[in-house]
Write a protein that binds this ligand. Structure first.
Ligand SMILES: Cc1cc2nc3c(=O)[nH]c(=O)nc-3n(C[C@H](O)[C@H](O)[C@H](O)COP(=O)(O)OP(=O)(O)OC[C@H]3O[C@@H](n4cnc5c(N)ncnc54)[C@H](O)[C@@H]3O)c2cc1C
Length: 335
C-alpha cells in the first residue's frame, strides 16, 4: 500500500475536531504508512490526541499566520506538508477550510484531487474513492493513476478515531508565511439566536411551507407553528431543516418562522445532511427536496395529503395527519 498523509487543521484550542478524526479512521483503514500533517496556531494538543494512532511521523506547520482559514496560508501549508511527507495519497477532511485550499495545493504538486468523497478503500488492490454525482443521485467508485492524489472526505461517513492520547514528537516544518491579501478580522456566525443546525443530532426535523399556509379554519397560525417547532427542537435536541419554499418565504420577509435561513435548506440546491432519523412536516416531498434526504437512514413524514411525494416511496412511514395536531401531541408527550 502507498504512503498516506492525513492533513488536519487544528481548532482554536489546538485540538482536532471530529471530521479530522473521521478522516484518520479512513486513513488507517487503508493500511499504508501514515504521516499526519497538522496546521494551526498551536498543534501540540492535536499531536497528543493522535499520538497513539500509529503514524510514523507527525509533521506540522504552525504559527499565528496559520491560525485562521485563508487560502494563501492554508494552501502553502498543505503543499509544504505534502512535499515533506512524499506521500502518494493525501487525505483531508472536507471542512470549508480544506475544501477551499486543497485543490490549489494539488495543482501545485501536479497531483489530482477528488472532493466530497464518502469513502476511500482498497478495491482490486488499489485505493478507490466513492462519491456521489448529480446531487447525490448516482454513486460512483473511481480510482486514479496520478500521484499525489488528494482526497477530501465528507464528514459523517466514518466513525471518529478514538484512541488514548499520549506524548507525541512533532517535526515542525519551517515555512515562510506567503504573501497574503486577506486579513481575517473576526468570525461572524450566521445566526445570533438559537442554534438550529446540529450536524451531530440523531434526528433531523424538517419544516415545510405548509406551516405557513391557511389551515382548515381559513387562518394562518404562524405563531403556533413557531412555538411547536421550537418546542420540539429543544425537547428532542433535533437539527432543523427546511424546504426551499419555506426558506425563500423567510428570506423575502414574509417570515413567520424567523429562525429559518437558507442554511437550513435541504435538497438539490441545499444541504444533504446525515442523521439516523428524519421527520418531515408540512412539506410535500418533491424530488428536488427529497434528494437531500439521501443519507437519512429512517425517513418519516406528516402531511395532510395522502397523495404527496412522501407517499410515493420517498418515506418509510407517512402519517396522513395535521402536523399541528401531531406536533402538539408529541410535544406534550416529550414534556
Ligand atoms: C432545480 C430545482 C431545485 C430545487 N431545489 C430544492 C431544494 O434544494 N430544496 C427544496 O426543499 N426544494 C427544492 N426545490 C423546490 C421543490 O421542488 C419544492 O417546490 C419545494 O421543496 C416545496 O416545498 P414544500 O413542500 O415545503 O411546500 P409545498 O409544495 O407548498 O407543500 C406544502 C405541504 O404542506 C402540507 N400541509 C399544509 N398544511 C398542513 C398541515 N396542517 N399538516 C400537514 N401537512 C400540511 C400540504 O399538504 C403540502 O403538501 C427545487 C426545485 C427546482 C426546480
Amino acid at each position: 500500500m502507498e504512503n498516506i498523509l492525513l492533513l488536519a487543521h487544528t481548532e482554536t484550542d489546538g485540538t482536532l475536531a471530529k471530521p479530522a478524526l473521521e478522516a484518520l479512521t479512513a486513513a488507517l483503514a487503508l493500511g499504508g504508512e501514515l504521516t499526519i500533517g497538522l496546521v494551526g496556531a498551536t498543534v501540540q494538543p492535536a499531536a497528543g490526541q493522535v499520538a497513539n494512532a500509529g503514524a510514523v511521523r507527525i509533521l506540522a506547520v504552525c504559527g499565528d499566520a496559520f491560525a485562521a482559514p485563508r487560502y494563501a496560508t492554508d494552501a502553502a501549508a498543505a503543499e509544504a506538508l505534502a512535499r515533506a511527507s512524499g506521500a502518494a495519497l493525501v487525505l483531508a477532511p472536507s471542512t470549508s477550510r480544506w475544501a477551499r485550499a486543497i485543490p490549489g495545493a494539488a495543482f501545485r504538486l501536479n497531483g489530482r484531487v477528488d472532493t466530497h468523497a464518502t469513502n476511500l478503500a482498497i478495491r482490486n488492490e488499489v485505493p478507490a474513492v466513492s462519491r456521489w454525482f448529480y446531487r447525490q443521485r448516482m454513486e460512483a467508485v473511481l480510482t486514479r493513476a496520478q500521484r499525489p492524489w488528494f482526497v477530501l472526505l465528507d464528514a459523517g461517513c466514518c466513525e471518529p478515531w478514538s484512541g488514548e492520547p499520549g506524548a507525541a514528537t512533532v517535526e515542525l516544518l519551517p515555512l515562510e508565511v506567503p504573501a497574503t491579501r486577506t486579513t481575517v478580522t473576526g468570525v461572524q456566525s450566521p445566526k445570533a439566536g438559537e442554534q438550529t443546525i446540529r450536524p451531530d443530532a440523531k434526528l433531523l426535523f424538517v419544516a415545510g411551507a405548509g406551516w405557513t399556509k391557511k389551515q382548515s379554519d381559513g387562518a394562518v397560525h404562524g405563531a403556533e407553528a413557531e412555538g411547536l417547532i421550537r418546542g420540539f427542537l429543544r425537547a428532542a435536541n433535533a437539527s432543523l431543516g427546511s424546504s426551499k419554499s419555506l426558506v425563500d418565504m423567510s428570506g423575502e420577509g414574509e417570515a413567520v418562522l424567523n429562525f429559518m435561513s437558507h442554511l437550513n435548506q435541504i435538497g438539490q440546491t441545499g444541504a444533504t445532511p446525515r442523521h439516523a432519523k428524519g421527520l418531515s412536516t408540512c412539506c410535500h416531498g418533491e424530488e428536488p427536496h427529497v434528494v437531500g434526504w439521501r443519507f437519512i437512514t429512517q425517513r418519516r413524514a406528516v402531511n395532510l395529503d395522502a397523495n404527496c411525494g412522501w407517499a410515493r416511496g420517498k418515506a418509510d412511514v407517512l402519517y396522513v395527519a395535521d402536523a399541528f395536531a401531531v406536533m402538539r401531541a408529541v410535544n406534550r408527550l416529550m414534556a
